[in-house]
Design a protein around this ligand. Sequence first.
Ligand code: TIU
Length: 241
Amino acid sequence: MANARGFSRGIIVAEPEPVELDWSKTALVIIDMQRDFMEPGGFGETLGNDVSQLARAVKPISAVLAAARDNGIAVIHTREGHLPDLSDAPPAKIERGAPSLRIGDPGPMGRILIRGEAGHDIIPELYPLAGEIVIDKPGKGAFYATALDQTLQKHGIENLLVCGVTTEVCVNTTVREANDRGYRCVVISDGCASYFPEFHEMGLKMIKAQGGIFGWVADSAAVLQAIYPTTQKTLAAGASR
Ligand code: TIU
């Protein structure tokens, strides 16, 4: 199936090598762009992190999200969080370390990392549209204890464009899970961020090393270029639609 502009496939200039994707078999997976990680007073800050480090990923994700929506590429959002009774939160996760507030404690955006609370929701800039898939996950990986694999199979998805936060935690864990399940993963470098810039850098290197041991890495401009291969002409045509 061709996308809205007539391109059924695209080549992303990626590392360690270019990768050609069939857009009808590709999903954009946006990992955990939740207020709990992005804003002061949420889970990320309770762990002692500078949440302002993550803001840089929003614009690149927003641009790829718009292109995906415009071209009929499937969009999947994930959210890390737990049931209000904490039955899906392992004590080993809740009790770890010395955070300022623990998972389930009341904070300025509601209970920390609990489904249905304000802090658990996705930031307004990247809010899911009706009909987009939202996967709630209790762990760092989006496949663990979720229906993500079955959902992707049902939609015939073979390739994932992956972005979100944080690079070395939930993005890396999800990409590793996806790779073992046979999905081709292209991680959008500037669409990911970490509280630790050096972990962001190494998290991306780990994915693309050894001939792409877990997948490919490309920036948002390269992904957009692949979705709109004749950018100027195509965007101009789009503008006059
Ligand atoms: N702490 C941290 O870097 N990340 C997480 O706890 N979850 C996600 O990455 N979503």
